[in-house]
Design a protein around this ligand. Sequence first.
Ligand code: NAP
Length: 292
Amino acid sequence: MTILAITGKTKLLGVIGHPVEHSLSPVMHNAAIASLGADCIYLPLPVKPENLPAAIAGFSAIGLLGFSVTIPHKQAIVPLLSEVSPVARAVGAVNTVWRSPSGWAGTNTDVQGFLAPLLEQQRDWSQTSAVILGTGGASRAVVAGCAELDVREICVVGRDRDKLAAFQHSWADSSISAALSTHTWEELPQLISRSHLLVNATPVGMYPKVDETPVTAAQMAHLPAGAIVYDLIYTPNPTVFLNIARDSGAIAIDGLEMLVQQGAAALQIWLQQQVPAGVMRQSLRQHLGLAP
Ligand code: NAP
């Protein structure tokens, strides 16, 4: 573990969540901070839902530089901020907060993180269909990302008809609405055959239930040639979902790069300088026991 030199001038950053003990953010942020020689430190800040307003007021009082926001505060923090970026408004959730002249400002860097590995693929997305599994917070960031790519058709799959209707309705006032459709899991077999980008935004297959997969090998076999299969999960790495995707000839992307890139985008906002994403990636891979 890197030991940072803490001085009387050291600035404070952190991540609020409940629980927050399992967050990997302190590992990658402190690795980058050490590599830059910046005089700040990033800490886990456990905040219960009922204490969120008091915590934010306290952060103002002690001059915190900024903070990451994780479950369950990503939506609840929105009304407590004086500025919210258009992308965070579209997603309906904030994961990064910094000080602005008018108070706390927030954005959502998950969209940027999700997009980073896809932009490396250099595709014409305008003729492609995306199938997104799940209707939670991460799915919303993925939908916003697909809209930025100008994906022609965005199909979201969920297990609860009321949640699917609410999901569709929540985008009604946005330009994304025209491309978006919602579907039940029974429709997945038909959707797979036209899925150029298949994204798992559910926790199915995540540690400790590592033998599970939201899509079977038989279903995955119907993916079109050259399809990209993206799992937002980063533990285990790879998931069963990605292993069967690779076996069926698809390009597989895991959730680690999204985690790194959303973190790098946040640190860049706080420090107002370029940050070493490679150091952040390496620190996480080492922490998770993955090959360098
Ligand atoms: P969330 O808000 O709790 O949403 C989870 C979604 O998955 C919901 O639609 C839920 O459906 C669905 N789901 C849960 N269990 C299911 C099951 N057994 N079968 C079918 N659907 C199921 O969670 P989230 O924040 O969106 O996160 C989703 C995943 O993305 C997690 O694995 C998380 O670790 C990952 N993630 C990764 C990154 C990254 O940087 N790589 C960032 C964010 C999230 P119901 O609503 O019906 O329960």
